[in-house]
Design a protein around this ligand. Structure first.
Ligand code: ADP
Ligand code: MG
Length: 293
């Protein structure tokens, strides 16, 4: 038989929009000493919009945006949506693209008019080991200071434009970090985004540990790093990219309209897409299992 406390606990959890896939995880949540959050879409709203464009001399903003929109045509990434929206707002027609390929955690690639076009972030540039023209570097530095995400447009592996995207920190995230600190829990953030943006968000929120420019295949290693320091770690994320880290964590928590992959890798699913539910979860676990003793 299921012990009564556990039964109460899971139904209480369900009432709070928490789906418990692993009951042990619910019990162990009271022991967490570190919680790692995915940045984009978890601590931030993830509703990015393009706020600025910079190009090198031989291409103009509209050309750059329509090329980018063509290459992002098949991508479901939030950045892709923002690029397509910006092109739409300017009523730009996207040229035909072929051979679309998603480069996980880096960007996208396709062929347009015989040229290879990439759109992607700093991880893409380091992957291709590429020099960035000074005007785009200056643009990226300014955007970084404002905590804006920068992605580059590459034509035949030459960066020719950059786009700055603004995202906003969710109001609840401030409370989450404060409340977890009060519970004696350290807060870490894990993102594929640039150091600049990650540090700006982390400073703003008072986050203790930051892992930035992390490739999807390396996200779980950051969890291991903390575990090797003796931490009992939960990971909170929503994306396909977060799945290995969710699996690796002592407790994996999928949040919101998380992708199927994230949901299947998680021990606990927070249905309401509210990061404050992470705090509720720890409190519920502590309260329930204290009663049991
Ligand atoms: P996060 O870790 O913040 O959830 P991802 O792992 O999905 O982000 O992506 C990491 C980085 O890879 C993004 O910040 C961006 O620089 C780049 N990137 C990923 N997908 C795309 C895309 N479709 N278009 C442009 N850049 C992308
Ligand atoms: Mg994400």
């Amino acid at each position: 038989a299921i012990p009564l406390v556990v039964a109460i606990n899971t139904s209480l959890a369900a009432q709070n929009g928490m789906l418990i896939r692993d009951r042990i995880a619910m019990e162990q949540a009271r022991e967490l000493d570190t919680i790692i959050f995915d940045k984009t879409g978890t601590l931030t709203k993830g509703e990015q919009g393009i706020v600025d464009v910079e190009t090198v001399e031989d291409i103009d903003e509209d050309e750059a945006l329509s090329l980018a929109a063509a290459v992002e045509g098949d991508s479901e990434h939030m950045i892709a949506q923002a690029v397509r929206e910006a092109a739409n707002e300017r009523s730009l027609d996207a040229p035909a693209a072929t051979g679309f390929e998603a480069l996980k955690g880096r960007g996208v690639r396709a062929t347009v008019d015989g040229a290879t076009i990439h759109v992607g972030g700093p991880n893409l540039l380091s992957h291709l080991d590429m020099d960035v023209p000074p005007e785009l570097t200056a643009f990226a530095e300014r955007a970084g200071e404002d905590a804006q995400t920068v992605v580059y447009l590459l034509r035949d592996e030459m960066p020719v434009a950059a786009f700055a995207l603004a995202d906003v920190v969710r109001e609840e995230s401030y409370q989450v970090v404060d409340a977890l600190h009060e519970l004696g829990i350290e807060v870490a953030m894990l993102t594929g985004d640039s150091e600049d943006v990650a540090n700006a968000v982390a400073d703003d929120l008072g986050i203790d540990t930051v892992f930035a420019e992390v490739l999807p295949e390396d996200k779980d290693k950051k969890v291991t790093e903390l575990q090797e320091q003796g931490k009992f770690v939960a990971m909170v994320g929503d994306g396909v990219n977060d799945a290995p880290a969710l699996t690796r964590a002592d407790i994996g928590i999928a949040i919101g309209s998380g992708t199927d992959v994230a949901v299947q890798s998680a021990d606990i699913i927070l249905v309401q897409n509210n990061p404050l539910d992470v705090v509720r979860l720890v409190k519920l676990s502590r309260a329930s299992y204290r009663k049991m003793k």
